[in-house]
Design a binder for this molecule. Structure first.
Ligand SMILES: C[S@@+](CC[C@H](N)C(=O)[O-])C[C@H]1O[C@@H](n2cnc3c(N)ncnc32)[C@H](O)[C@@H]1O
Length: 222
């Protein structure tokens, strides 16, 4: 499914989110400045897609230039990420988030933007992230939420009725953009997600809503 939408993925992301996606990636990267400032740090951006979260991490790191790796199981997405990263030190790995080809305790930071929600098992995803993090390592999972109140009503109309039609029209692929609202509906509420994080071994688990809770960042420390 992700391979099918890869050619128009970036364009649709920016159009359908009115460019707010850039702010969310940037804000997420800023939360981890204390790790990104360390030249010896190793950072993994999981479900990296075409790499926009990875680039935000890299920009935030600046001259400290820690090792930053993007991983995804769609080669088409990684090919685009690779093209966009020419001349940088970013590296891309084809990998399944549920069975990662990385040793235990390899990374100081693992992020995932809008990818975690798609995993077939959230608990396996969390335990894999915990496994590859070093002690004291941190994780940041940015994903969609469902705001309440009037904003929630407007958002749900847009997300369930307008977005799938525009997404299908522009991508030329039936399915993925109808799947998107369904995948958000099946994603646990913040309280449940935080409980799952604690069970997977994360302490100081928190959720910070972005833009009325349309998106939000889960953070935890190993
Ligand atoms: C909605 S895109 C997000 C891409 C990027 N992080 C962003 O913020 O634009 C979700 C990505 O997760 C990847 N993905 C989904 N399940 C995965 C899994 N089990 N292992 C690795 N990647 C996965 C898809 O291939 C896709 O590129």
């Amino acid at each position: 499914m992700f391979t099918a939408i890869a050619p128009r993925y970036d364009l649709l992301n920016h159009v359908l989110s009115f460019n707010i996606d850039r702010l969310w990636w940037r804000r997420t990267a800023r939360m981890f400045t204390h790790i990104l400032n360390r030249p010896e740090a190793r950072v993994l951006d999981l479900c990296c897609g075409t790499g926009d979260m990875t680039f935000a991490l890299s920009r935030r790191a600046g001259k400290a230039s820690p090792k930053i790796l993007g991983a995804d199981f769609s080669r088409a997405m990684l090919t685009r990420a690779n093209k966009k990263s020419a001349g940088t030190t970013l590296r891309w790995v084809e990998a399944d988030a549920l069975n990662m080809p990385f040793s235990d305790e390899s990374f100081n930071l693992v992020t995932s933007a809008f990818g975690f929600r798609n995993l077939a098992s959230y608990d396996t995803g969390l335990s894999e992230i915990a496994r590859v993090l070093r002690p004291d390592g941190e994780c940041g999972i940015l994903d969609f939420g469902e705001p309440g109140g009037m904003i929630g009503k407007l958002y749900r109309f847009y997300f369930r009725s307008v977005l799938p039609k525009v997404g299908t029209l522009v991508s030329g692929v039936k399915g993925p953009y109808a799947y998107l609202p369904a995948s958000v509906a099946r994603f646990p509420e913040p309280s449940e997600m935080l409980e799952r994080m604690r069970r997977a071994g994360f302490r100081e688990a928190t959720w910070t809503p972005y833009t009325f809770g349309i998106a939000g960042l889960y953070r935890g420390k190993k």
